[in-house]
Ligand binder design. Structure first.
Ligand code: Q9C
Ligand code: ZN
Length: 335
């Protein structure tokens, strides 16, 4: 399998985040890049090409992209910031203002305190998006490809980021496949609901979005991920959420995925984007499901049995001994 990565991923190394109100080491570190890259050894490994900002603008709003590109350079607006920009105030639904200052914009464009901006953040998130674009292009040429995207993307909406995600790499890949004429489905198997991807395509019938995730009534991202979110307007009927009770393992997880794949076949998709989170693992430090390494191999094989051109996009999945084995197992199953 062709595996695409960007060395700029190394520059994105957030330090800390609030977990249940306590400041903890951030799980989405640059060490993940080293571990995931090690796990694809033996595959064909290539560096992402620079595709410029047009394919990013096809998904994200121009003001949000501008904010991401320029925020760090504006840090002197906030006295004493030398390390990381973190949002601490957030607008509520119904509020109307668009602040011009950095503090207000941080909360406008970043949905939580775990999604921070440092010196090398923009180059890493752009490199991550470019890897996803390459994966879409290779999927059409070679059948399948894996993009080692760091930072991840599926919690990023068109106009704001959250949950360690800035640009929605999977949505950018899906739009790339659309622009090449494919009928596209996104299957998201990260343990967290793919809320950003859902949001981006919610009003559209030309991209089917399916997310298999841990039930969100007491788990991130809390405010979405429910079965009654089925799409809006022309997008009605083109979003499917399959939520699992916490603690479940391989068989129910794979059964939900099979249901998702049935919907994808019924839709008539001609290309597939897989949002591959590895945080459904039984060993993941922030996950709540119990998927084994063999479960990831079976997931790869099940998804590949759909026989569609497929761009596999790395999402979450955090450092534990099983992490590289789970990636290798999924790719082996999918090959
Ligand atoms: N108190 C991905 O797996 N937890 N993102 C934030 C804030 C966020 C995970 C906790 C978990 C996001 C791509
Ligand atoms: Zn996740």
């Amino acid at each position: 399998m062709i595996c695409i990565h960007s060395p700029a991923s190394k520059g994105q190394n957030p330090q800390s985040f609030f977990r249940h109100g306590n400041l903890r080491d951030h799980p989405e570190t640059s060490e993940r890049y080293r571990i995931l890259l090690g796990a694809v050894k033996g595959h064909e490994i290539v560096e992402a090409r620079d595709h410029g900002t047009d394919p990013i603008k096809a998904v994200h709003s121009p003001d949000y992209i501008e904010f991401l590109m320029t925020a760090w350079g504006r840090r002197s607006e906030l006295a004493g910031i030398t390390d990381q920009l973190v949002a601490t105030q957030f607008p509520r639904v119904g509020m109307n203002a668009r602040p011009t200052g950095l503090q207000g914009q941080l909360g406008f464009y970043l949905g939580d305190t775990s999604t921070s901006i440092r010196d090398d953040t923009w180059s890493a998130i752009a490199g991550s998006a470019h890897a996803a674009i390459d994966a879409a292009d290779y999927a059409l040429k070679a059948g399948k490809a894996y993009a080692l995207c760091r930072p991840p993307g599926h919690h990023a909406y068109a106009g704001y980021g959250s949950g360690f995600c800035y640009l929605n790499n999977a949505a950018i890949a899906a739009q790339r496949l659309r622009d090449a004429g494919a009928k596209v489905a996104v299957l998201d198997i990260d343990v967290h609901h793919g809320n950003g991807t859902q949001g981006i395509f919610y009003g559209r019938d030309d991209v089917l979005t399916v997310s298999v995730h841990a039930e969100t009534s007491a788990y991130f991202p809390f405010y979405s991920g429910y079965a009654n979110e089925t799409g809006a307007g022309t997008g009605e009927g083109f979003n499917l959420n399959l939520a699992l009770e916490h603690g479940l393992g391989d068989d129910p997880w794979l059964a939900a995925m099979a249901r998702g794949l049935d919907a994808i076949q019924a839709y008539g998709a001609t290309a597939l984007v897989v949002s591959l989170g590895l945080d459904a693992s039984e060993h993941d430090p922030i996950g709540v499901l119990k998927v084994t390494t063999d479960g990831f191999r079976r997931a790869g094989a099940l998804i590949a049995s759909a026989a569609l051109p497929m761009a596999i996009i790395q999402e979450g999945g955090y450092i534990c001994d099983a992490l590289p084995h789970n990636l290798a197992a999924f790719l082996a199953g999918a090959n």
